[in-house]
Each structure stands twice: as C-alpha cells, then as structure tokens.
Design a protein around this ligand. Structure first.
Ligand SMILES: C[S@@+](CC[C@H](N)C(=O)[O-])C[C@H]1O[C@@H](n2cnc3c(N)ncnc32)[C@H](O)[C@@H]1O
Length: 402
C-alpha cells in the first residue's frame, strides 16, 4: 500500500527530477526513525491537561508518546506514510508486552539479540496487517549490533554516511564525544570551538549538505530547501552550521538526545526521549499508552472521517511540503481543522521559514490563516531558543477563536 499521494503544481525540470526522486524514495520508505522535533518545547507551548484531545502527525511516534506521559487526555496520531504508523504500532506493542529492559534494548540501543523471537511471540499479534507485513521484512533492523535501528530508514542512511565521515576524521569523533560529555556550558563551548568546529566544517560536508539528495533522505523536499536557501546567503550548509553552533554553544549537550543519537547510533539511559526512561515507560505501561489512537491517514482524511472537538493540533513542518505542491489541499485541511477545533484550541507547527508565506495565502472562509488565528510570537520566540533540535527557522503557536 503506497503512501497517500499529495499531487503538485508545475516546478522546473531540475525541480521535477529532484521531486521525482524524493517521491520515489519517500513513498516506499520509513523516513523518520526518530522524531526530529523537541517535545519539551511542545509541552510548554501546548500546556497539556487531562481534558485535552491532541491531533499530532506521527512521524516516528516519539512525541505522541511524550504527550501521553505529559498527561493529555487523548492523543490521535495520524500519518500519511503507513510505515511511520507501523513504527508507532511497534512501540505501542512493545510497551504492552515488554519490560523496560527489553524495550530499551529495542528502541534505546536499537539492537536486541533476541528480537526475532520477541517480535514473533509477543509483538506481531498487536500489529495491523500492513504493519505486520512491513516489520516481517524489516525487523532485522534491530538485529545487528554494528548497525542499529537508528542507522536504518532514510534518516538512518544519512546517519550512516555521517558515521563514515567521522571514521575519516577520527579526531572529530572524539571531539564530539567531549562536547556531549562536557560538565558545563563553558567547558562544552570550549570543546566545541577548539575541537569540533575546526574539524567538522569541510568542503566535503558542505557539498553533501547542499545536495538535494541528502535533503531528500532527511525528508526535506525541494521547496523547503529553497525556502532555506532564500533566507541564507550561504544556503543550507550555512543554515545547518548556524543551527549546530547554537545547539552546541548555547544549549546543554548532555541531555540533547536528538543530535547524540545520530552520532552514537543509539540512545543512552541518561540521554533519551521520555518514553524510554523508566518513569516514562512505567506511566505508559500503567495506562497512558492506551490514550493513544494511531491511524494511517492524511490530517484531512482523519478529520473528515471522525468527530468530536480537538483542543490541540501538532502539525510538525508538513505545511512547508503541502503549501508548495498543492495549496488547495492545505486549504481544505485547514477548513477541516477549523470545523473540529474546540473554542480556544491551540495549534503548533514548525517551518523552514521564519514567516511562512502560506499563513497569508491559505484562506479559510475567505480570510488568510494569519487573520483567523491569534499567534503568540513572543512565546514562540522564547521557546524556540531552547529548542534542542534547532533546525527550523520558524516555530509557531496559534490560538483559535474562543
Ligand atoms: C515534514 S515531515 C515531519 C517530520 C518531522 N519534522 C520530524 O522530524 O519528526 C512530515 C510527516 O508528516 C507526514 N505527512 C505529510 N503530509 C501529511 C498530511 N497531509 N497528513 C498526514 N501526514 C502527513 C509525512 O508522512 C511525514 O511523516
């Protein structure tokens, strides 16, 4: 079953080649093996409570699990890519059937020597037919100690290439570990400035970051890349460099599991998403995981086929994609969102653009989104500074009319 296709407008020849490549890759693959969006920032923006119903785009499912631990009453995780949904299903089955030790080996270390038996005897029966067929063919991704699950999927392939890059520059690997282990920000900044920066930024890496192919593997389609290039003289490489500088010079690296998982290929007990901590796992197993509903569907498709008010919407950065290829589908999506939004509901999303043009071009009931929603730019700005991922130029918090 292919991902639900999102048709597109008329780009140039090289755009079409890039996009064709992107569609071909994307529509057959698991793209995200971990959520690349910071739930700690989301929690502060969403202020979740037991009366909240959250609609979130699944990606790797880590953040849907996080919102359940944070106490949201109900979480609906939808994704147009059935492989992303299949990953969340496998995590939910693991929470149901396994103890923390085995669960952490699978989704923390990304490797478990007995995964075949655990999958066959305990997990497979909880999966949908598509998810079972998918993991029947891919459960081996957890069976290789030298190539963990976090080196699989499209984003995992980029992590593998980066690992080879580190092997070419052994001093760099050690320097990065020194940054990740630094006792405080001053020591971390020094380790980064003296050890990592001089070794990390090479013509090779900059060329790699400027290639659409790399961006496609990172789930960044051509229009989104163009948006970054439009805002940064040095293009994507300069944007990534600025982001990495901020992450490793301004934010504590010790708990930053977003970057460390792609350097180490695994999470550490003290540096991992909340759902992998003993406390988070226990809360999920004790009932919070049952608050999660998962679906393979577009946001519009799910909203059109369900009912009831939704108080929180977490839309990731998918609008950068849709607004470029088919703005009419995005407008339809927002119509459905407005129909289901509870009074005073809140939506958060990220963008490659500090001021996404689609907030002025997408209209619902004749008025642009920017007029129909009340944006808390100050809070978004403040929270955005603490974002441990830091690869989105824009973070947006919008309130619906009450
Ligand atoms: C842009 S990515 C977001 C990934 C996110 N930044 C991350 O790193 O975790 C978009 C995700 O949304 C899904 N998606 C895109 N458009 C969608 C739609 N209209 N409805 C539901 N899911 C959608 C894609 O399958 C993908 O998993």
């Amino acid at each position: 079953m292919n991902a639900i296709a999102l048709p597109r407008a008329q780009p140039s020849l090289s755009d079409r080649i890039d996009q064709g490549l992107f569609d071909a890759i994307y529509s057959r693959s698991l793209v995200y093996n971990t959520c690349w969006e910071d739930p700690a920032v989301d929690r502060r923006a969403l202020a979740l409570g037991p009366s909240d119903t959250v609609l979130v785009i699944t990606s790797a499912g880590c953040n849907a699990l996080d919102y359940a631990i944070a106490g949201a009453g109900r979480i609906v995780a939808v994704d147009a890519n059935p492989r992303q949904d299949a990953l969340l299903q496998l995590k939910l089955a693991g929470i149901r059937e396994l103890e923390h030790g085995d669960f952490f080996r699978l989704f923390g270390e990304g490797f478990h020597p007995r995964v075949a038996g655990i999958y066959r005897d305990a997990l497979r029966r909880h999966l949908s037919p598509f998810a079972a067929r998918w993991w029947d063919r891919h459960v081996g991704w957890f069976a290789d100690p030298a190539r963990s699950f976090y080196y699989h999927g499209l984003s995992g392939i980029v992590a593998r290439v980066f690992r080879s890059y580190l092997r070419l520059r052994p001093g760099l690997g050690r320097a990065i570990e020194a940054v990740l282990a630094a006792p405080d920000l001053a020591a971390q900044r020094a380790a980064y400035d003296e050890g990592v920066r001089p070794l990390l930024w090479s013509r090779t890496l900059e060329r790699m970051l400027s290639r659409q192919l790399t961006m496609s593997f990172l789930g960044v389609p051509y229009p989104q890349r163009r948006q970054v290039e439009a805002q940064h003289a040095g293009g994507v490489a300069a944007f990534v460099r600025e982001a990495v500088d901020h992450v490793f010079r301004e934010l504590p690296a010790r708990g930053n599991y977003f970057w460390s998982v792609y350097v180490r290929g695994r999470y550490e007990p003290g540096c991992c998403p909340e759902y992998l901590t003993p406390g988070g796992f226990a809360a999920l197993k004790a009932g919070r995981a049952a608050r999660i509903t998962n679906r393979t569907a577009t946001v519009t498709g799910y909203l059109r086929r369900s009912s009831g008010p939704i108080s929180r919407f977490v839309l990731l950065d998918h609008m950068d994609w849709m607004s470029s290829y088919h703005p009419d589908l995005l407008a339809e999506e927002w119509e459905a969102i407005f129909e289901r939004a509870a009074p005073g509901a809140r939506a958060i999303f990220r963008s490659a653009h500090r001021r996404p043009p689609y907030l002025d071009t997408i209209r619902v009931a004749g008025r642009p989104l920017r007029e129909r929603l009340r944006f808390d730019d100050d809070l978004a700005e403040t929270l955005g500074r603490d974002d441990r991922v830091h690869t989105y130029a824009g973070f947006h918090i919008a309130e619906f009319p009450s």
